[in-house]
Design a protein around this ligand. Structure first.
Ligand SMILES: [Zn+2]
Length: 426
């Protein structure tokens, strides 16, 4: 018998939401930075067969910690599900490979690296960076969680171990390979769910006089340039310099230099060392950036709260452009199928009703469809065949490189569009 309905007096309890805690300082997360609704994982490009299947969507809700100001997403998905078959091959971007070469040259000279040094990279991808050290005769070790990407590196002659990084991995690597003179990680810190375990692992793997360098997108630029599409599930944390400095200090690491870069729409490169190592003095760049962030309000919650309205206005602006273009009978296609494109397309609700298809140089993505929005992904040659009126460049951080690659489309009057910080047609 069903007695439940007769009790009457007890209304259904709402599902209790799990109270998330800051992944650095453990304070309760109660303040929204921006809520982008529900979105699929950005690298789960789907096959034609999968078009008829269900697709998982997860909240894309970023919080700001009132205590340490770390902007972050909850860990909705286990990293093993995200990174074990990661489709991002760094070598498919020319400007990125060139950036890596310049960095390797600079490091080799600044820290006098040679055949007796050991350079280790966390999340070494397909070896696009370490290859430049190898060419200089400097021993390297890549540490990469995605087996398919690591395999490409190994085939290029770059020793790579397939592992997620943390304290346990650091101890194993130190035992098997020794510690690092240079321990670097570019575009990995943001992707780390267990932030404290990761940074503690770096402390363990660094030689007493070794140097850590890391690059990651700067929250300051994300907010200033309205880059909300760089928020996606794989990207757990968004750092100001003030916050990242606190994280490293909590693990006995001192940041002694910081540099602002234009990569990924505005990144910082931090240089760290053991707090005990006084040989490398803290440079003025550290206090300069710290003071600038304080002046710009990065220690006040109100600064973070102002972001949401900017994001909504960007959506209105982009849809306004697309609606006008379609009503005028124009064709619009995309260029690229990057993670940020997925956030943008899903948040704005852009499907084939606005964008006929997109193209990508990575053969891994060609023939598939964008997650959630199901826009077909073709090889770049498709543009020449179909002669669209507009090309919406989704990886806007590579807009100059891409505009050059499709310069031929000017022949038929095609114009290029970038969505961020506001819609710009050129
Ligand atoms: Zn916190």
């Amino acid at each position: 018998m069903n007695n439940n309905q007769s009790s009457g007096s007890a209304p259904a309890q709402p599902v209790m939401s799990v109270q998330a805690a800051c992944r650095f300082c453990n304070a309760a997360l109660t303040h929204t930075f921006v809520d982008l609704g529900m979105s699929p994982l950005c690298q789960t490009h789907i096959t034609r067969e999968q078009l008829n299947h269900m697709e998982p969507f997860y909240p894309l809700h970023a919080y700001v910690c009132h205590n340490c100001f770390l902007v972050q997403l909850d860990e909705y998905v286990a990293p093993g599900d995200i990174f074990s078959e990661y489709a991002y091959f760094s070598s498919y971007s020319d400007s990125w490979v060139e950036h890596a070469r310049r960095y390797a040259d600079m490091m080799a000279e600044r820290f006098r690296l040679g055949p007796s040094s050991h350079v280790m990279e966390i999340a070494s991808n397909d070896g696009y960076l370490l290859q430049h050290f190898v060419r200089r005769g400097i021993p390297v070790l890549g540490i990469e969680p995605a087996a398919n990407v690591a395999k490409v590196a190994v085939e290029k002659g770059i020793p790579t171990t397939v592992r997620f990084f943390g304290q346990e991995t650091a101890r194993q690597i130190a035992a098997e390979h020794g510690k690092a003179d240079v321990l670097l990680g570019n575009n990995v810190l943001a992707h780390v769910p267990k932030l404290n375990d990761f940074v503690a692992g770096m402390k363990l793997l660094l030689k007493p006089e070794g140097v850590i360098t890391m690059e990651f997108p700067h929250l300051y630029r994300l907010m200033e340039r309205n880059q909300f599409d760089t928020i996606y599930h794989e990207h757990f944390s968004y750092f100001s310099f003030l916050t990242v400095e606190k994280v490293f200090a909590a693990h006995g690491l001192t940041l002694f230099d910081v540099e602002e870069l234009e990569t990924h729409g505005g990144s910082i490169r931090i240089c760290g060392r053991h707090a005990e190592n006084g040989r490398l003095p803290v440079l003025p760049s550290v206090d300069d950036l710290r003071q600038r962030e304080i002046r710009e309000g990065f220690t006040q919650l109100e600064t973070y709260f102002s972001f949401t309205e900017k994001v909504k206005e960007t959506k209105r602006g982009l849809l306004d452009f697309l609606i006008k273009a379609k009503r005028a009978g124009k064709t619009v296609v995309g260029y690229g199928a990057p993670g940020k494109g997925n956030t943008l397309l899903n948040y704005c609700g852009i499907r084939q009703d606005f964008v006929d298809y997109t193209v990508d140089r990575s053969p891994y993505k060609q023939g598939k469809f964008t997650p959630g929005t199901h826009i077909p992904i073709h090889a770049p040659e498709k543009i020449r065949e179909t002669r669209p009126d507009y090309i919406l460049i989704l990886p806007w951080n590579l807009k100059d490189e891409i505009a050059q690659q499709v310069e031929y489309a000017r022949e038929w009057g095609c114009q290029f569009v970038i969505p961020i910080p506001e819609v710009t047609v050129f």
